[in-house]
Design a binder for this molecule. Structure first.
Ligand code: NAP
Ligand code: ZN
Length: 354
C-alpha cells in the first residue's frame, strides 16, 4: 500500500489572498490559464491577480480555454507562454482550465517538441503548476491527470504524464456563482470518483479512506444540492478534493470509461456523462459483490441500489442516448484493456445497456 499526494493544499475561505505569497514565490512570471468567462464573474481571477501584484509577481493571462480542452488550445497557450518567458503556470477555473494548465506546463518545459509528447511514455520536464479550482467536481487540483480532447480521434484521453500541482488554493466561495446544472454535473462527477475508486481493482484499506470520508460528506449534503448554503458549498468543495485524492491512487472505472463518447458525440458535460452509467455500474457490481456495494450505500445514507439509481436520475434528469451510441460505446470499452482493468469482474457487451 502507498499514499502519495505531493500537493500543498490550503482549503479555506480567502486562501488565495492569505497564501498569495507562497503562490507568487513559485516562480518569477506566471502564465494564468483560465476559461472564457466564469473566473471573472466568481472573483477567482481578480483574487489571483491581486495576490500576485501584492507580492510583486509578474503574470500574463491566457483566457481561451474551452470546456473539454483540446490539444490545439494547449499549443496556442504554449506559444504565449514562450513569448512571455513565463516560468510557472496557474490554472484558475473548473477542471478544463486546470487540466489545460498541466498540459501547457509540460509543453512549456519542452519548447522544442510538438504535441506528440503529450501521449508519449518518457519522463519529461514541466513547469510548476498552481491550481485554483472554481468547481467542486474533478479534484484535478490534487490529481496528476490532464484530460484533453483529441479531435483527430474523436475522443478525450488523459495525457501520459503525471503532473500534480505543487500548490492548490481551494476556496468554496467561488462555487456560489455556479448555475444549478454546473453544480449538479460537477457534484455527480465527484460522486462517480468516490464510487469508482472504492469499487476498484486498485482499492486498498489505505486509499479507501479517501472515498469513505468523501462518501460520508456527500451523504450529508446529498439532499441539499439544489438549495445550497455555505455549509453545502464547503462540504462539496472538500468532498470533490478528497475524491480527487481517491482517484489519484486508483484511477476511475467503467462509468468514466463510458463517459467520453457521450461527451464527444453528444456534448453531454463530463459529470453528467459519468452519471449516466453510474447506477448501472452499481447494479452490475452488486451482482458480483453485494456486501461492498451495501457499504457504499450505507456511507451515502441509502439502503438500496434502486434508491441510488432514483437519486442519480433525480439529479441529472433523463438522458437520451441513441441505441447505436450505447452499442458502439460497449464494444469500444470491451476492446480496450486499459478501460476495463479497474473493474474486478468479467463484463459482457449485453450488460452495458441503459
Ligand atoms: P469545466 O469544463 O471546467 O467548466 C464547465 C462550465 O462551468 C464552463 O462553462 C465554466 O465557465 C463554468 N464554470 C466554472 N466555474 C464556475 C463558477 N464558479 N461559476 C460559474 N460557472 C463556472 O467543468 P469541470 O466539470 O470542472 O471540468 C471538466 C473537465 O475536467 C473535463 O474535461 C473532464 O474530463 C476533466 N476532468 C479532469 C479530472 C482530473 O483529475 N484531471 C477528473 C475529472 C474530470 P468558463 O468556461 O467561462 O470558465
Ligand atoms: Zn471525472
Amino acid at each position: 500500500m502507498n499514499i502519495y499526494i505531493p500537493t500543498l493544499i490550503y482549503s479555506e475561505k480567502d486562501c488565495v489572498k492569505k497564501y498569495g505569497r507562497i503562490m507568487s514565490k513559485t516562480g518569477r512570471k506566471a502564465l494564468i490559464v483560465t476559461g472564457k468567462n466564469s473566473s471573472r464573474v466568481n472573483g477567482s481571477l481578480d483574487d489571483v491577480i491581486s495576490a500576485l501584484e501584492a507580492n510583486e509577481g509578474q503574470y500574463v493571462i491566457f483566457d481561451k480555454v474551452e470546456e473539454n480542452p483540446s490539444t490545439e488550445t494547449v499549443m496556442e497557450a504554449r506559444k504565449l507562454g514562450l513569448q512571455e518567458k513565463v516560468d510557472y503556470v496557474i490554472g484558475v477555473g473548473g477542471g478544463s482550465p486546470i487540466d489545460a494548465a498541466k498540459a501547457i506546463a509540460l509543453m512549456l518545459g519542452n519548447p522544442q517538441c510538438d504535441e506528440s509528447i503529450l501521449y508519449e511514455n518518457t519522463m519529461r520536464r514541466y513547469l510548476p503548476v498552481v491550481a485554483v479550482p472554481t468547481t467542486a467536481g474533478t479534484g484535478t487540483e490534487v490529481t496528476p491527470y490532464s484530460i484533453l480532447t483529441i479531435h483527430a480521434n474523436r475522443t478525450k484521453k488523459s495525457i501520459s504524464h503525471r503532473i500534480y500541482p505543487v500548490l492548490a488554493l481551494v476556496d468554496y466561495k467561488y462555487l456560489k456563482t455556479q448555475s444549478e446544472s454546473v453544480l449538479i454535473n460537477t457534484a455527480t462527477d465527484a460522486l462517480a470518483h468516490l464510487v469508482e475508486s472504492y469499487l476498484n481493482t486498485k482499492a486498498n484499506d489505505l486509499n479507501k479512506m479517501y472515498s469513505e470520508k468523501g462518501l460520508q460528506l456527500f451523504g450529508e449534503i446529498k439532499d441539499r444540492l439544489k438549495n445550497p448554503d455555505d455549509e453545502v458549498y464547503m462540504k462539496l468543495s472538500n468532498m470533490a478534493m478528497i475524491a480527487g485524492m481517491a482517484i489519484a491512487h486508483t484511477g476511475t472505472s467503467l462509468p468514466h470509461g463510458l463517459s467520453y463518447m457521450l461527451t464527444y458525440e453528444l456534448g453531454i458535460p463530463h459529470g453528467k456523462a459519468c452519471g449516466v452509467y453510474l447506477g448501472k455500474y452499481m447494479e452490475m457490481y452488486g451482482k458480483n459483490d453485494s456486501k461492498v456495494v451495501e457499504k457504499v450505500l450505507n456511507m451515502l445514507g441509502m439502503v438500496s441500489v434502486e434508491e441510488f439509481n432514483g437519486y442519480i436520475k433525480g439529479l441529472i434528469g433523463d438522458v437520451e442516448v441513441p441505441e447505436e451510441i450505447v452499442k458502439a460505446n460497449a464494444t469500444g470499452l470491451l476492446s480496450n484493456e486499459e478501460k476495463i482493468k479497474n473493474y474486478p469482474f468479467a463484463v459482457k457487451v449485453e450488460e452495458l445497456t441503459l
